[in-house]
Design a protein around this ligand. Structure first.
Ligand code: GLN
Length: 489
């Protein structure tokens, strides 16, 4: 059962071959068995999950279920869930029980999915390794001495270790795609505005976007069907006709399913920035795509080299503003001892935030301050526009852009923790996509010394369905995504 696709699970549930309670119990038992080692979950509430499973079973018995009814899903602890501890990986919210549901949570509940638990993450989603979490690092199921990637590392480790059939994540600069790559999963960051940010704790609001982390593109399509949709409570939510993201996957497209597809290979992705072993796997995937009928074209994204620098101005600027709300007054951590109101603010924030979050707040307030705003913040915004223009030009020449997701496979715990710039560079291939607001997906493309590597496919605005199909056709022709870590059965 733990190797079933979401579609197969849905079929088994609908046919009453298995109940949601049985399925949820199976996964809760796996979490109890393996989470002490992996630290993928921050909160598990067996009684709450089983109550949802019973409700799902009742719904299925009435014949009213949908494709996800009764399926347990793990959610990144950045999503507010009513009655659940919602920490965002921070001491600041270590006592925060949400009084309401994020749009993403509400949509999964409406679909009848079971909330299996809240997953570990870098504090306020700031990180690429899951080491900044107040709840401790997550271990990569492929090698417990290595990071699972971040910031959605708990979700990635949970799905990779089969502690959950699928999970949600958020991606501000790569936090769905990079952990997907490091844990052998498929993870998608949708077009900005496709999934509501309501109730998703804000890091950098103009970049944040929620998406699915799963074992295949087909599973991601089903999850995105539940997640996407207009929401008037998010002012950047896009009002568009609902789409079925599975619609292209079922077609029998013959031996050349991708005939006519033009794949752009940017010079900047094929330079010397990546490990040669990862690049060999990416090249092999390109060869596979040619076999599936795709053509390749050389393209260039010249401003991409500025993306990490621009991101580390814009994201901290927005974070410093968003995190101003955590002041110890209305909710969250409050220092136990203080002299007056200002002292209470200062001590609560000094004690409640970790080092990386403080670094970002300092950078953010600095680049927004009078005298530096023009030099840093405005300049970064101009670069952001140039990057978006590069992509627009590229999509005149091709349908999809291909490259590595991460320059390396999973690194060792502690390896980059003391060097923020090295850590920031692990998102060198993912960040530009967020700056431009585009959709992208990471899929497994092979192994280097037993560690998974990820292939990134980037599409034009609203090209999710096509991207999922391009990923799916590769997965029909390859078996990388079916490999699972040893020792967790
Ligand atoms: N690693 C990047 C950062 O630390 C991206 C994080 C994310 O996508 N949430 O900001």
């Amino acid at each position: 059962m733990i190797e079933h696709s979401l579609q197969a699970l849905g079929t088994a549930l609908a046919a009453r071959e298995v109940s949601s309670v049985e399925l949820t119990r199976l996964y809760l038992d796996r979490v109890a068995q393996h989470n002490p080692q992996l630290n993928a979950f921050i909160t598990v509430d067996e009684a709450a999950s089983l109550a949802q499973a019973r409700a799902a079973d009742a719904r299925l018995a009435r014949g009213e279920g949908g494709p996800l009814t009764g399926i347990p899903i793990a959610h990144k602890d950045i999503f507010c869930a009513k009655g659940w501890l919602t920490t965002c990986g921070s001491k600041m919210l270590s006592n925060f029980v949400s009084p309401y549901d994020a749009a993403v949570i509400a949509r999964f509940t409406a679909a009848g999915a079971v909330l299996l638990g809240k997953t570990n993450m870098d504090e306020f989603a700031m990180g690429s390794s899951n080491e900044t979490s107040f709840y401790g690092p997550v271990k990569n199921p492929w090698d417990a001495a290595r990071v699972p990637g971040g910031s959605s590392g708990g979700s990635a480790a949970a799905v990779a270790a089969r502690l959950a059939p699928a999970a949600t994540g958020t991606d501000t600069g790569g936090s769905i795609r990079q952990p997907a790559a490091l844990c052998n999963l498929t993870g998608m960051k949708p077009t900005y505005g496709v999934v509501s940010r309501f109730g998703m704790i804000a890091f950098a609001s103009s970049l944040d976007q929620a998406g699915p982390l799963a074992r295949s593109a087909a599973d991601c399509a089903l999850l995105l069907n539940a997640m996407a949709g207009f929401d008037e409570r998010d002012s950047t939510s896009l009002e568009r006709a609902p789409e079925d993201y599975c619609r292209e996957l079922a077609a029998d497209a013959g031996p050349l399913p991708l005939a006519g597809l033009k794949i752009g290979l940017p010079a900047e992705f094929f330079g010397s920035g990546s490990s040669p072993e990862v690049m060999q796997l990416v090249e092999a995937a390109v060869a596979e795509y040619r076999k599936l009928g795709a053509q390749t074209v050389a393209i260039s994204l010249p401003s991409m080299q500025l993306s990490v620098a621009a991101y580390y101005v814009i994201a901290p600027a927005e974070a410093s503003s968003n995190l101003a709300r955590f002041d110890g007054v209305r909710y969250g951590y409050r220092a136990p001892q203080y002299d007056d109101l200002n002292d209470m603010y200062g001590k609560s924030r000094a004690q409640g935030f970790g080092a990386e979050v403080k670094r970002r707040i300092l950078i953010g307030t600095y680049v927004l301050s009078h005298g530096y705003y023009d030099a840093y913040y405005l300049q970064a915004q101009r670069i952001r526009r140039l990057i978006a223009n590069d992509f627009a030009k590229a999509f005149e020449q091709c349908d999809v852009i291909l490259g590595p997701t991460s320059p390396s496979t999973a690194f060792r715990l502690g390896e980059k923790a003391a060097d923020p710039v090295q850590m920031y560079l692990s998102d060198i291939y993912t960040i530009a996509v967020n700056l431009a607001g585009l959709p992208a997906i990471s899929i497994p493309c092979g192994f280097v010394d037993g560690l998974p590597a990820g292939l990134q496919l980037i599409g034009n605005y609203f090209a999710e369905s096509g991207l999922l199909n391009v990923a799916h056709r590769y997965q029909l022709a390859s078996e990388w995504h079916l490999q699972q870590p040893a020792g967790l059965v």
